[in-house]
Design a protein around this ligand. Structure first.
Ligand SMILES: NC(=O)c1ccc[n+]([C@@H]2O[C@H](COP(=O)([O-])OP(=O)(O)OC[C@H]3O[C@@H](n4cnc5c(N)ncnc54)[C@H](O)[C@@H]3O)[C@@H](O)[C@H]2O)c1
Ligand SMILES: [Zn+2]
Length: 256
């Protein structure tokens, strides 16, 4: 049996023994759907743009039209993207009654498109827009339609405040109700599987520590190494879309 095959088998066994699994996903979950992550060498978005010029709330307010042009381009890639084999296999695992839910750092909505249930979107979603003054939430199309009609300062129907995508920008706090939901999921879980995250962005970066301090077992699948690899039961440095479907298939076969 190859080293990879034995790791796949070990993860399948951990899944079978677990009662309450939580999957934590990052941008690496969606690279195989054609959406660039931030930190992969050469292809990561931060190699091309300055995160504080695009993606901070201050720059959005100060340079709304420049930011909107950039976001619209990136947004189109996201809106056209389809869930990959990794997203689909998460849904398969959930249908086997093993997976409680997914905590994601992604803003692309691909877990929902793959029909996974019980998703906590830590950083919000680009599928909605939100008024910066009265906080009313609209579908993202409300904002896009105004921009496509030449209004580079899209506004709220109720209070005329500036609309922004409902994703968390640099300089904005995460929503407390979202953090509470994520904490509850972590408290209850007995196996955490991290898929495609550098684990450098907080609060997700400390979720594996938080989980393991409750005795929860950890599995990590990520191309690059992470700082918590040494604490995990099993680590695979490979593509999620190649490996995770094999794990779910193994679980299915071992179950029957
Ligand atoms: N799809 C999205 O919604 C999206 C895209 C870009 C950035 N982001 C934001 O990026 C921030 C950065 O944190 P992060 O940890 O999520 O991303 P990150 O860019 O810091 O790390 C991504 C990790 O995924 C790994 N990876 C890339 N492709 C992979 C694959 N196919 N299989 C396995 N591993 C793979 C990389 O080696 C890297 O370590 C988050 O705040 C998130 O909101 C989201
Ligand atoms: Zn408003």
């Amino acid at each position: 049996m190859s080293n990879l095959d034995s790791k796949i088998e070990k993860i399948a066994q951990l899944i079978l023994k677990a009662q309450n699994i939580v999957i934590l996903t990052g941008a690496g979950m969606s690279t195989e759907s054609g959406i660039a992550d931030f930190r992969s060498p050469e292809t990561g978005l931060w190699e091309k743009v300055d995160p504080y010029e695009f993606g901070s709330v201050h720059s959005y307010v100060a340079n709304t039209s420049k930011n909107l042009k950039f976001m619209l381009e990136m947004g189109m890639t996201i809106f056209r993207a389809k869930p990959n084999k990794g997203h689909k296999s998460i849904t398969k695992l959930q249908k086997m009654d093993k997976l409680k839910g997914v905590i994601t750092q992604n803003i692309d909505g691909l877990h929902q498109k793959a029909h996974t249930k019980n998703i906590v979107e830590l950083h919000g979603t680009v599928n909605e827009s939100k008024c910066m003054r009265c906080h009313k939430v609209y579908p993202i199309t409300t904002m896009i339609n105004q921009v496509l009609n030449g209004n580079y300062s899209p506004s709220c129907e109720v209070c005329q405040g500036l609309l922004k995508p409902n994703a968390i920008f640099f300089g904005e706090p995460l929503l407390s109700e979202t953090l509470i939901k994520a904490d509850k999921m972590i408290e209850d879980c007995d196996l955490m599987i991290v898929l495609g995250s550098s684990l450098l962005v907080y609060p997700a970066a400390h979720y594996p520590d938080k989980a393991s301090s409750n005795g929860t077992k950890l599995v990590i699948i990520n191309i690059q190494e992470t700082h918590i690899d040494k604490y995990a039961e099993v680590v695979i440095h490979d593509k999620i879309g190649e490996v995770f479907p094999q794990i779910v298939e193994k679980v299915k076969n071992m179950k029957s």
